[in-house]
Design a protein around this ligand. Sequence first.
Ligand SMILES: [Zn+2]
Length: 450
Amino acid sequence: MPDALDAYIAEHQGRWTAELRELCAIPSEATDARALQRAADWCEQRLRAAGCGARQITVDGAPPLVVGETGAGARTLICVQHYDVQPAVPLDLWTSPPYDPTLRDGALYARGVDDNKGHLLLRIQAVEAYRAVYGELPIRMRFLIEGEEESGSAHLGAMLATDPTLTDGDGALKEGGSVDSQGRPQLLLGGKGIFYVELRVRTLARDAHSGGATYLPNAAWRLVNALATLMDERGRVLIDGFYDDVRTPTAEERAHVAALPFDADEVRRIYALRAFAFRREDMDVRIASQFEPTCNIDGIVSGFTGEGTKTVIPAVASCKIDFRLVPDQDPARIATLLRAHLDRHGFDDVESVYKEGTRPYRGRWDDPLVRAAKAAAEEAFGREAHLVPTSGGTSPMWAVCHKRSLANVTLGMGHPGSGAHAPNENIVLANYWNAVRATARLYSLYATQE
Ligand SMILES: [Zn+2]
């Protein structure tokens, strides 16, 4: 039966969609400081319009952290979000321009509409809806909306340190959230960490004629040989000490993950796969996706790759690598281990440049926040919700949650074809309205959940 909350949501879909388009039209990529500031200001104003106290915290060299606070009650929920987006390039792969939000077949297409502007906005709209329908929030809410998440949250720790009470809370609502291909809400209870590094090597003062390939060292081969020492064909990272701090999943965690629905055929269909990487079987894919760290080459550049032929020995080669880390790996330590590995294997000429690092975080399952989020999701979406220990992606939850070992959870509306970080990013509006409802219900259930 529709209730007053449903009625309020139905009545405001027009304005709320217009707001989402407005926020998504701001190209808040890491390289556009003015757009980042505009997005921060937009968020601050929207928080105020929903009845929150709002302010910006700034430190040198970083876009502001927008802080919004409202509500009263025994529990404090920290809502950790971001207004920056991944680069939209390559633009020619977009059906409609990434910063011209476009509605097609009930879906809204724009860069950031899923990750994370749609999610951050619906959490504010849920505050508005709750207050309009029921009055004051029965919990204290603290929004922490940063602008550097997609490039590693390098200054978040420093901004949080300006006011240590910012991380005083009882639980955290993480960015994002999704439903699976059957429409069942997926509640993530953690995220992988990341260590992002660039490797560079120069073997010659300048490129040379390939007639000299018998005696002139080729930078591309040099880099490829170094890369080949990092990981074996089964996906096992070969850096000494890499797995030392990996927290072994409990039997209960493994059994929980093994029992989660996993549509292997759908994944194979979406990516047109012949087989999963590293000869992994379906069951191994699920366990590894939750508990295994990775070493992933993001791109390699060297020599001539244009049309036609050119016989050349490249003088330089470089690549970018991300290691997705699991609790309790530390990106700073992995950086040290990587350097030692390259030196030990005779690659002291291969330079490693640290780009970013974020620690992994996996929170408690047995917590009122997790139970309240599951109940709210199941009520709003009308389907069983699943608890998933960790996202494959990275959020700065360690910085916010580790002091008090907070539980954290996602409650959102992305779908398997949302295309976060990819061209044609989109959300299904029907899921969006369900997520607004679920979030408003979370605010009330969390107040009293055992
Ligand atoms: Zn994100």
